[in-house]
Write a protein that binds this ligand. Structure first.
Ligand SMILES: Cc1ncc(COP(=O)(O)O)c(C=O)c1O
Length: 423
């Protein structure tokens, strides 16, 4: 599409947006706020708000312990099935539970145990650092018999070095684990191709879908993925700290062993037998009691995504990001910004990083005085999340215009370069 930089062009795109009605499903208390951080924390849906009120007042407040037999105990499995529909997984392979970090630990431990004698874990330098810490901790706890190889990146940390990745995987590789969409640049891996690279050497793969679930179509079953994890507080709009999810392909489930043997993953938990027997299927990867309020709020937030459909969401996401790149090239590049995300739509997820040496202080000025909420990732990435269910083209235009004003009026200069705890 041939874009233009006028405000009316953005407004016109909104009038033609088939997903525009979905914005009304979200609680929007400040129409002047330009929210570009749905890639960190999705907006609150009216459905979650109503569900939470019901759960707190009726299910917890009135029904008390009876809630477990009503709809609480089954929630991790039931909600896992719902998320599975958004990431191309057939029923019986996903549960919603714990955090991404804990789920990665469980699945990585299971994967290493399935490949005894193999000593290498392959990942990349673009991965979310917590994923690397989890791998390091796991290797340490297993006696330091494994080596973690971190494949490097190209183009100033925007894209991974796919040749180096292919060369790093061999018959000593037990596990390959990557973020499907990388957290800084938003690079989008091709799941089928990379999974096949690993499978050629009989290595297992764990995909971290935190930045892709709900933003990019994922086809776990069709790509023959082994394992996957992801969070629900970003594009799935589950709420702060909402439960993560994990996927174990059907044929791996009976052989894969969780390293954390809790009663929720036990075959008959209420028999209270003294020895652990794993539950059948993916439920064996559950551990202990789950945050029911948070789980049920998240469950309600999934409906708009299922109704919109991942193909429509992706089409709008690509248009939003292409438009943002156009505005960046036209209006922000002359002010010292450069694109920190892939230009090719098939290589990017749904957030865009703009790099600027003053990125941190610009981010502060946008938050403190311009009513724009992006976020910042070291060393110089101003990250702008584009959430197709509720981000408008006007918001993208207005956000860029406010960035332009911060620069023209040098508003960022009054902020210290010293980082706040959360950036
Ligand atoms: C790609 C990715 N992986 C893992 C995590 C960690 O998730 P959690 O805090 O649920 O362990 C995050 C958090 O933002 C993330 O973005």
């Amino acid at each position: 599409m041939d874009f233009q930089s006028s405000r009316s062009f953005a407004e016109n795109l909104d009038t033609r947006d088939p997903l525009a009605p979905f914005r009304a499903r979200f609680v929007i208390t400040d129409p002047g706020l330009i929210y570009l951080d749905g890639n960190s924390l999705g907006r609150l849906t009216h459905a979650s708000l109503e569900r939470l009120q019901l759960v707190v007042e009726h299910e917890w407040g009135r029904d008390l312990i009876r809630g477990w037999n009503e709809n609480w105990w089954e929630a991790p499995v039931r909600i896992g099935e719902k998320i599975a529909r958004l990431v191309g997984a057939a029923p019986g392979q996903m549960v919603a539970c714990d955090t991404v970090s804990v789920n990665l630990f469980k699945l990585a431990a299971a994967a290493l145990a399935l490949r005894p004698g193999r000593t290498h874990i392959v990942t990349d330098t673009l991965n979310f650092p917590s994923d690397l810490y989890i791998l390091q901790g796991l290797v340490h706890s297993l006696g330091d018999h494994h080596t973690i190889l971190r494949v490097g990146s190209r183009d100033g940390d925007v894209t991974p070095d796919l040749d180096e990745l292919a060369a790093a995987i061999d018959d000593s590789t037990a596990l390959l684990t990557l973020s499907h969409v990388t957290f800084k640049s938003g690079y989008l891996y091709e799941v089928a191709y990379v999974t096949e690279l690993a499978h050629r050497h009989d290595a297992l793969v764990i995909w971290d879908l935190s930045h892709s679930a709900g933003a990019v179509p994922v086809a776990l079953d069709a790509c023959n993925a082994d394992f996957a994890i992801g969070c629900t507080y970003k594009y799935l709009n589950g709420g702060p700290g909402a439960s993560a999810f994990l996927y174990v392909r059907k044929d791996l489930q009976e052989r894969a062993v969780s390293p954390i043997w809790g009663w929720w993953g036990q075959n008959v938990p209420f028999a209270f037998g003294l020895d652990y027997t794993p539950a059948t299927g993916v439920a064996r990867f559950l551990t202990g009691s789950q945050p029911i309020l948070s789980l049920l709020a998240m469950e309600a937030a999934l409906d708009p995504l299922l109704e919109a459909g991942m193909e429509s969401l992706r089409a709008k996401s690509i248009l939003l990001s292409a438009y943002l790149i156009y505005l960046t090239d036209t209006l922000l590049a002359p002010l010292g910004f450069r694109l920190g995300s892939p230009r090719l739509p098939e290589q990017r997820g749904s957030h865009i990083s703009l790099r600027h040496p003053e990125g941190y202080r610009i981010n502060r000025a946008l938050i403190e005085e311009m009513n724009v909420l992006p976020d910042f990732r070291e060393p110089d990435n101003l990250r702008l999340g584009l959430t197709p269910l509720y981000t408008t083209f006007y918001e993208v235009w207005e956000g860029v215009d406010r960035i332009r004003r911060v620069m023209a009026e040098k508003r960022y200069e009054k902020y210290p370069a010293q980082r706040l705890i959360v950036t």
